[in-house]
Design a protein around this ligand. Structure first.
Ligand code: SER
Length: 314
Protein backbone atom coordinates (compact mmCIF):
# COMPACT_ATOMS: atom_id res chain seq x y z
CA UNK A 1 0.00 0.00 0.00
CA UNK A 2 1.56 3.31 -1.14
CA UNK A 3 0.29 6.33 0.75
CA UNK A 4 0.52 10.11 0.27
CA UNK A 5 0.02 12.40 3.28
CA UNK A 6 -0.69 16.12 2.73
CA UNK A 7 -0.01 18.58 5.55
CA UNK A 8 2.45 16.02 6.90
CA UNK A 9 4.41 18.50 9.03
CA UNK A 10 1.34 19.60 11.00
CA UNK A 11 0.21 18.39 14.43
CA UNK A 12 -1.49 15.19 13.24
CA UNK A 13 0.85 14.49 10.31
CA UNK A 14 3.98 14.55 12.39
CA UNK A 15 2.68 11.58 14.41
CA UNK A 16 0.54 9.82 11.80
CA UNK A 17 3.38 9.61 9.26
CA UNK A 18 5.75 7.69 11.60
CA UNK A 19 2.88 5.34 12.54
CA UNK A 20 2.02 4.72 8.88
CA UNK A 21 5.70 4.19 8.05
CA UNK A 22 6.14 1.57 10.74
CA UNK A 23 2.96 -0.20 9.59
CA UNK A 24 3.36 -0.07 5.79
CA UNK A 25 7.14 0.51 5.39
CA UNK A 26 8.98 3.84 5.37
CA UNK A 27 9.48 3.95 1.60
CA UNK A 28 5.73 3.40 1.02
CA UNK A 29 4.59 6.57 2.80
CA UNK A 30 5.23 9.83 0.94
CA UNK A 31 5.00 12.86 3.22
CA UNK A 32 4.19 16.24 1.67
CA UNK A 33 3.76 19.75 2.97
CA UNK A 34 3.66 23.28 1.63
CA UNK A 35 6.24 24.42 4.17
CA UNK A 36 9.85 24.69 3.14
CA UNK A 37 11.25 23.96 6.62
CA UNK A 38 11.11 20.29 5.79
CA UNK A 39 13.93 19.07 7.98
CA UNK A 40 11.76 17.40 10.60
CA UNK A 41 11.70 13.67 11.20
CA UNK A 42 8.79 13.06 8.80
CA UNK A 43 10.72 14.73 5.99
CA UNK A 44 13.89 12.75 6.56
CA UNK A 45 12.64 9.30 7.65
CA UNK A 46 11.12 8.49 4.24
CA UNK A 47 10.13 10.10 0.93
CA UNK A 48 9.12 13.77 1.10
CA UNK A 49 7.62 15.97 -1.64
CA UNK A 50 7.03 19.72 -1.31
CA UNK A 51 3.36 20.24 -2.27
CA UNK A 52 0.71 22.94 -2.09
CA UNK A 53 -2.31 20.63 -1.79
CA UNK A 54 -4.38 23.04 -3.91
CA UNK A 55 -2.17 22.16 -6.88
CA UNK A 56 -3.95 19.17 -8.38
CA UNK A 57 -1.52 18.90 -11.29
CA UNK A 58 1.51 18.60 -9.01
CA UNK A 59 -0.39 16.20 -6.73
CA UNK A 60 -1.45 14.02 -9.67
CA UNK A 61 2.18 13.87 -10.77
CA UNK A 62 3.33 12.74 -7.29
CA UNK A 63 0.54 10.15 -7.11
CA UNK A 64 1.47 8.62 -10.48
CA UNK A 65 5.24 8.79 -9.90
CA UNK A 66 5.01 6.95 -6.58
CA UNK A 67 2.09 4.65 -7.47
CA UNK A 68 -0.01 6.08 -4.59
CA UNK A 69 -3.22 4.16 -3.70
CA UNK A 70 -4.33 6.03 -0.56
CA UNK A 71 -4.26 9.74 0.36
CA UNK A 72 -4.42 11.09 3.91
CA UNK A 73 -5.44 14.69 3.34
CA UNK A 74 -4.45 16.63 6.46
CA UNK A 75 -3.62 20.06 5.01
CA UNK A 76 -6.12 22.62 6.36
CA UNK A 77 -6.44 25.79 8.44
CA UNK A 78 -7.84 25.37 11.98
CA UNK A 79 -10.78 27.26 13.45
CA UNK A 80 -9.26 30.39 15.03
CA UNK A 81 -7.00 31.14 12.05
CA UNK A 82 -9.88 30.45 9.67
CA UNK A 83 -12.03 32.99 11.52
CA UNK A 84 -9.28 35.61 11.17
CA UNK A 85 -8.83 34.88 7.46
CA UNK A 86 -12.09 33.38 6.17
CA UNK A 87 -11.33 33.89 2.46
CA UNK A 88 -7.97 32.14 2.78
CA UNK A 89 -9.59 29.38 4.86
CA UNK A 90 -12.17 28.70 2.14
CA UNK A 91 -9.43 28.71 -0.50
CA UNK A 92 -7.16 26.28 1.34
CA UNK A 93 -9.72 24.02 3.00
CA UNK A 94 -12.01 23.63 -0.02
CA UNK A 95 -9.68 23.89 -3.02
CA UNK A 96 -7.15 21.48 -1.54
CA UNK A 97 -9.91 18.96 -0.80
CA UNK A 98 -11.31 19.36 -4.33
CA UNK A 99 -7.82 18.74 -5.78
CA UNK A 100 -7.41 15.61 -3.60
CA UNK A 101 -10.82 14.22 -4.59
CA UNK A 102 -10.17 14.79 -8.28
CA UNK A 103 -6.72 13.19 -8.10
CA UNK A 104 -8.24 10.27 -6.16
CA UNK A 105 -11.04 9.86 -8.73
CA UNK A 106 -8.61 9.89 -11.66
CA UNK A 107 -6.11 7.54 -10.04
CA UNK A 108 -8.45 5.25 -8.06
CA UNK A 109 -7.08 6.20 -4.64
CA UNK A 110 -8.88 5.93 -1.33
CA UNK A 111 -9.02 9.15 0.72
CA UNK A 112 -9.01 9.94 4.44
CA UNK A 113 -10.29 13.43 5.30
CA UNK A 114 -10.55 14.69 8.87
CA UNK A 115 -13.71 16.53 9.76
CA UNK A 116 -14.20 18.02 13.22
CA UNK A 117 -16.46 18.85 16.14
CA UNK A 118 -16.33 22.23 14.35
CA UNK A 119 -18.75 20.82 11.77
CA UNK A 120 -21.52 21.31 14.36
CA UNK A 121 -23.22 24.57 15.27
CA UNK A 122 -25.34 26.31 17.91
CA UNK A 123 -28.53 24.42 16.91
CA UNK A 124 -26.89 21.01 17.24
CA UNK A 125 -27.90 18.99 20.33
CA UNK A 126 -25.08 19.85 22.77
CA UNK A 127 -24.79 16.68 24.84
CA UNK A 128 -24.10 13.25 23.36
CA UNK A 129 -24.38 14.83 19.95
CA UNK A 130 -25.63 12.09 17.61
CA UNK A 131 -23.83 10.98 14.45
CA UNK A 132 -26.61 12.21 12.18
CA UNK A 133 -28.13 15.46 13.37
CA UNK A 134 -28.54 19.13 12.52
CA UNK A 135 -25.14 20.75 11.87
CA UNK A 136 -25.35 24.36 10.54
CA UNK A 137 -22.00 25.59 11.91
CA UNK A 138 -21.42 29.33 12.25
CA UNK A 139 -17.61 29.49 11.90
CA UNK A 140 -15.86 29.52 8.51
CA UNK A 141 -13.89 26.48 9.66
CA UNK A 142 -17.17 24.67 10.29
CA UNK A 143 -18.60 25.75 6.95
CA UNK A 144 -15.58 24.22 5.17
CA UNK A 145 -15.79 21.07 7.29
CA UNK A 146 -19.48 20.44 6.53
CA UNK A 147 -18.92 21.20 2.85
CA UNK A 148 -15.97 18.80 2.95
CA UNK A 149 -18.06 16.03 4.53
CA UNK A 150 -20.69 16.47 1.81
CA UNK A 151 -18.09 16.55 -0.98
CA UNK A 152 -16.55 13.30 0.27
CA UNK A 153 -19.99 11.65 0.39
CA UNK A 154 -20.70 13.00 -3.10
CA UNK A 155 -17.51 11.51 -4.61
CA UNK A 156 -18.27 8.20 -2.95
CA UNK A 157 -21.84 8.08 -4.33
CA UNK A 158 -21.19 9.60 -7.75
CA UNK A 159 -17.81 8.10 -8.65
CA UNK A 160 -17.35 5.22 -6.21
CA UNK A 161 -14.27 6.91 -4.72
CA UNK A 162 -13.44 5.22 -1.41
CA UNK A 163 -13.67 8.29 0.81
CA UNK A 164 -13.62 7.88 4.60
CA UNK A 165 -13.09 10.12 7.60
CA UNK A 166 -13.78 10.99 11.21
CA UNK A 167 -14.94 14.08 13.08
CA UNK A 168 -12.02 14.73 15.40
CA UNK A 169 -12.40 16.48 18.72
CA UNK A 170 -9.50 18.62 19.98
CA UNK A 171 -6.29 16.61 19.55
CA UNK A 172 -3.79 16.72 22.42
CA UNK A 173 -0.17 15.85 21.68
CA UNK A 174 3.40 16.54 22.76
CA UNK A 175 5.39 16.48 19.52
CA UNK A 176 4.11 19.27 17.27
CA UNK A 177 1.86 22.07 18.50
CA UNK A 178 -1.52 22.62 16.84
CA UNK A 179 -1.67 25.83 14.84
CA UNK A 180 -4.50 28.21 15.61
CA UNK A 181 -7.34 26.04 16.87
CA UNK A 182 -10.00 26.70 19.52
CA UNK A 183 -9.00 23.58 21.44
CA UNK A 184 -5.28 24.55 21.58
CA UNK A 185 -5.64 25.57 25.23
CA UNK A 186 -5.87 21.91 26.22
CA UNK A 187 -2.38 21.34 24.77
CA UNK A 188 -0.78 24.64 25.92
CA UNK A 189 -1.91 24.02 29.50
CA UNK A 190 0.44 21.01 29.87
CA UNK A 191 3.46 22.89 28.47
CA UNK A 192 2.72 25.82 30.81
CA UNK A 193 2.18 23.52 33.80
CA UNK A 194 5.63 21.98 33.32
CA UNK A 195 7.35 25.33 32.56
CA UNK A 196 5.84 27.60 35.21
CA UNK A 197 3.01 25.83 37.09
CA UNK A 198 0.56 28.46 35.84
CA UNK A 199 -1.60 28.94 32.74
CA UNK A 200 -3.74 31.82 31.53
CA UNK A 201 -6.62 30.18 29.62
CA UNK A 202 -8.41 31.84 26.69
CA UNK A 203 -11.66 29.88 27.23
CA UNK A 204 -13.82 30.10 30.35
CA UNK A 205 -13.29 27.47 33.03
CA UNK A 206 -16.62 25.72 32.46
CA UNK A 207 -16.40 25.35 28.65
CA UNK A 208 -16.88 21.66 27.87
CA UNK A 209 -15.42 20.26 24.64
CA UNK A 210 -14.51 16.80 23.35
CA UNK A 211 -10.84 15.86 23.27
CA UNK A 212 -8.67 12.94 22.18
CA UNK A 213 -5.04 11.99 22.92
CA UNK A 214 -2.81 11.69 19.87
CA UNK A 215 -2.24 7.91 20.01
CA UNK A 216 -6.02 7.42 19.78
CA UNK A 217 -6.31 10.03 16.98
CA UNK A 218 -3.67 8.13 14.99
CA UNK A 219 -5.40 4.81 15.68
CA UNK A 220 -8.73 6.23 14.41
CA UNK A 221 -7.15 7.40 11.15
CA UNK A 222 -5.58 4.00 10.50
CA UNK A 223 -8.49 1.85 11.66
CA UNK A 224 -11.22 3.61 9.66
CA UNK A 225 -9.18 3.21 6.46
CA UNK A 226 -8.51 -0.48 7.21
CA UNK A 227 -12.15 -1.21 8.08
CA UNK A 228 -14.15 -3.75 6.10
CA UNK A 229 -16.16 -1.60 3.65
CA UNK A 230 -19.08 -4.04 3.85
CA UNK A 231 -19.59 -3.01 7.48
CA UNK A 232 -19.57 0.76 6.84
CA UNK A 233 -23.02 2.30 6.77
CA UNK A 234 -21.51 5.74 7.09
CA UNK A 235 -18.28 6.48 5.27
CA UNK A 236 -17.21 9.97 6.15
CA UNK A 237 -17.34 12.07 9.25
CA UNK A 238 -17.69 9.40 11.94
CA UNK A 239 -18.03 11.03 15.36
CA UNK A 240 -15.08 9.90 17.49
CA UNK A 241 -14.30 11.03 21.01
CA UNK A 242 -12.29 9.87 23.99
CA UNK A 243 -13.21 12.38 26.71
CA UNK A 244 -15.11 15.58 27.38
CA UNK A 245 -13.87 18.09 29.95
CA UNK A 246 -13.60 21.79 30.75
CA UNK A 247 -10.46 23.77 31.67
CA UNK A 248 -11.32 23.65 35.41
CA UNK A 249 -11.42 19.85 35.33
CA UNK A 250 -8.22 19.59 33.34
CA UNK A 251 -6.51 21.90 35.86
CA UNK A 252 -7.74 19.66 38.71
CA UNK A 253 -6.17 16.60 37.08
CA UNK A 254 -2.90 18.51 36.54
CA UNK A 255 -2.90 19.41 40.27
CA UNK A 256 -2.72 15.70 41.11
CA UNK A 257 0.83 15.87 39.71
CA UNK A 258 1.71 19.56 40.23
CA UNK A 259 -0.21 20.58 43.40
CA UNK A 260 0.54 24.32 43.16
CA UNK A 261 -0.61 24.59 39.52
CA UNK A 262 -2.69 27.75 39.00
CA UNK A 263 -5.11 28.55 36.20
CA UNK A 264 -6.33 32.07 35.39
CA UNK A 265 -8.70 33.20 32.64
CA UNK A 266 -8.40 35.93 30.01
CA UNK A 267 -11.23 35.11 27.61
CA UNK A 268 -10.65 35.48 23.88
CA UNK A 269 -14.15 36.40 22.61
CA UNK A 270 -13.59 34.91 19.14
CA UNK A 271 -12.45 31.51 20.35
CA UNK A 272 -14.98 31.49 23.20
CA UNK A 273 -17.84 32.07 20.78
CA UNK A 274 -16.53 29.33 18.48
CA UNK A 275 -16.29 26.93 21.46
CA UNK A 276 -19.78 27.88 22.64
CA UNK A 277 -21.18 26.95 19.23
CA UNK A 278 -19.68 23.41 19.40
CA UNK A 279 -21.03 20.36 21.26
CA UNK A 280 -20.12 19.62 24.89
CA UNK A 281 -19.76 15.92 24.16
CA UNK A 282 -20.19 13.63 21.17
CA UNK A 283 -21.82 10.22 20.93
CA UNK A 284 -19.60 7.91 18.84
CA UNK A 285 -21.72 4.76 18.63
CA UNK A 286 -21.57 4.48 14.80
CA UNK A 287 -17.75 4.39 14.83
CA UNK A 288 -17.78 1.78 17.61
CA UNK A 289 -20.26 -0.49 15.82
CA UNK A 290 -19.15 -0.03 12.21
CA UNK A 291 -15.36 -0.27 12.59
CA UNK A 292 -14.61 -1.08 16.21
CA UNK A 293 -13.59 2.38 17.49
CA UNK A 294 -12.50 2.24 21.12
CA UNK A 295 -10.13 4.86 22.58
CA UNK A 296 -7.47 3.86 25.11
CA UNK A 297 -6.80 7.17 26.88
CA UNK A 298 -8.94 9.24 29.23
CA UNK A 299 -8.19 12.55 30.97
CA UNK A 300 -6.34 10.81 33.81
CA UNK A 301 -3.98 8.65 31.72
CA UNK A 302 -3.43 11.41 29.14
CA UNK A 303 -2.53 13.96 31.83
CA UNK A 304 -0.05 11.58 33.46
CA UNK A 305 1.57 10.78 30.11
CA UNK A 306 1.71 14.39 28.85
CA UNK A 307 3.29 15.69 32.05
CA UNK A 308 5.73 12.82 32.16
CA UNK A 309 6.86 13.27 28.53
CA UNK A 310 7.10 17.06 28.75
CA UNK A 311 8.96 17.13 32.05
CA UNK A 312 11.55 14.56 30.95
CA UNK A 313 12.15 16.63 27.82
CA UNK A 314 13.01 19.82 29.74
N1 SER B 1 -8.95 21.45 17.09
C1 SER B 1 -9.73 22.06 16.07
C2 SER B 1 -9.82 23.52 16.27
O1 SER B 1 -9.87 23.93 17.41
C3 SER B 1 -11.11 21.50 16.04
O2 SER B 1 -11.23 20.64 14.99
O3 SER B 1 -9.89 24.24 15.33
Amino acid sequence: MKILVTGALGQLGSELVPALRSLYGASNVVASDVRADANQEVATSGPFEPLDARDGVAMGDIVRRHGIRRIYHLAALLSAVAEREPQRAWDINMNALFAVLEVARENSCSVFTPSSIGAFGPNTPKDYTPQDTIQRPTSMYGVTKVAGELMCDYYSRKYGTDTRGVRYPGIISNKTLPGGGTTDYAVEIYYAAVESARYDCFLSGNTYLDMIYMPDAVKAAIDVMEADPAKLRHRNAFNVTAMSFCPEEQAAYIRKHIPDFEITYTIDPVRQSIADSWPNSLEDYAARVEWGWSPEHDLETMTADMLNVLSTRR
